[in-house]
Design a binder for this molecule. Sequence first.
Ligand code: ADP
Length: 610
Amino acid sequence: MKKVGFFQSVRLKFTLVYILLLLLGIQVIGSYFVGQLEDQLKSNFEESIDGRMRSLTYSLQNTFETERGDSDPSLQSEVQSLINDFDENDIHKLQVVNSSSRIIATDGGDFTYSEVGKKTNDAKILRALIYGESTPEIMQHPVSGDRLWVGAIPVTASNGDEIYAAVYFEANMSNIYNQLQEINNIFAQGTILAITVTALLGILVARTITRPLSEMRRQAQIMATGDFSQKVTVHANDEIGQLGDTFNDLNDKLRLSQATTEGERKKLSSVLSNMSDGVIATDRLGAITLMNAPASKLIGQSFEEVQGQSLLDILDLTDQMNDISEIETGGSMIIDFSSEDQPLLIKANFSVVEDEHEEMDGFITVLSDVTEQERVAQERREFVSNVSHELRTPLTTMRSYLEALTDGAWEDKEIAPQFLGVAQNETDRMIRLVNDLLQLSKMDRKDTGLFKEKVEFTGHFHHVIDRFDMHRKENITFNRELSEQELFVWIDKDKITQVLDNIISNAIKYSPEGGTITFRTETRRKQLLVSISDQGLGMPANTVDKIFDRFYRVDKARSREMGGTGLGLAIAREIIESHHGQIWAHSKEGKGTTIFFTLPLINQKRRKYK
Ligand code: ADP
């Protein structure tokens, strides 16, 4: 935040207001005081002139009454001496004009004695002579510009019958105005002094207000950066002090709530990053505002890439929904994110986030990978359907044969044993199937029931092959390429025999044209590698990995015809894996098949494999 310049500051505004108020006060007082003083001085001046002029006119009245003739030189000189003796203080000019308007005596001013005897036609003098009126007024001296108090006073007979003469006077008022000017100057100096003092005081007083405010402003800036450690100093218990206290309280509360928020945020962030489910939060318009690492792993995009984008676009739901508001709390759906080489099914659970006014504020979507779950569910469905199917076929066959027998075929000595034979075969097949299923189910429950012992594998393998060799069809040759050294493995002999039986019988079963069946054993690192190859039907490349799945058969009809349950290799895989080995196949259609499996060899030094 930028600093407040002096010219925009509250301090200057305060000071200006003080000065303006002071000026206004001084102006009002000054103009009233000077006006009153002027009036007072003027009236004093006028009264003093008036009094003095009255005493002069009184003396003149006496003179005129004793010396009658107007043109009497003794009267003239007496009048002249009277006004010469007159206290001329402030009186600038005096003239005595007789009733025939002739100046009979004069004193002061620009006048000279030469004016004596001359006639005057001054309006004031004439009015005094004719009407006996005295109308003094303020006039300005034409040359000096001084203000003058000018008038003419009639000199009347004591009985009032006659006007003897008029006394014309001009009194200089400049003393009054000089005095007023001086007072004005004192006022002006006082005003300047008062303004200076007020400005300084104003700045000081304003500082006491603005300093805590500036401190609070600085403090607020520090708080904005997240630092709540400092406090405002409270200097007084006035309104600003209370504001400071409130500010400090606010600081405490903010620190507390920030600590709580920060704690909650850390908790939430740790919950979000440690949970295995993906979480995506959006605003009310569906724009992504938060996403944790598992969610970003599931959808294959980083938070930075999807931030602000629509949830519907990212989850590819635009076909199913037009607007995010169609999402309901508690709603869920499974979204297929599978790529060409990897299946991926994501379950999305939606919930609506409401604000304190219970208005929708956004959405939380929890994503979980349900590919495995769905696969298991699918397998289970397929398994149930397969088992039902596998059981239905022999049961249907048996029923039709039994019906035929019931309908009378039992009497036919040739057909009856044949039909009963079929029923027995089908029963055997069902028993095999149920046994196989029981074995698998046991293995699924990890109830392997393995009885492991140390077995020398080469000898045991020869023994198993020998059993097949005895009943071998003529068109099939056995080729043994077994290792000559003794190879010890820690196995359940019966179970591994079952595996070998299954593989060898398959090799024979799926070699209708005959051919050589080769048996091999080799050691690879600490593993025993067993392989059984035939030159039979083989199978298409894309089915090779599937033959170990339950009920999978390359050629269903043929396999069933040969009495297979489709579970042999699935059981073999379970057995081999429970011995910590692996099983796989190589095959070429029309050329033959090789089934490989490994078993861990016993470390001879340790004597016993566990
Ligand atoms: P089945 O009882 O049907 O033989 P298996 O689990 O033993 O069941 O074998 C599964 C399927 O694998 C068989 O149906 C067959 O199609 C195929 N298969 C197994 N071994 C061979 C082999 N040696 N040659 C060709 N196909 C084979």
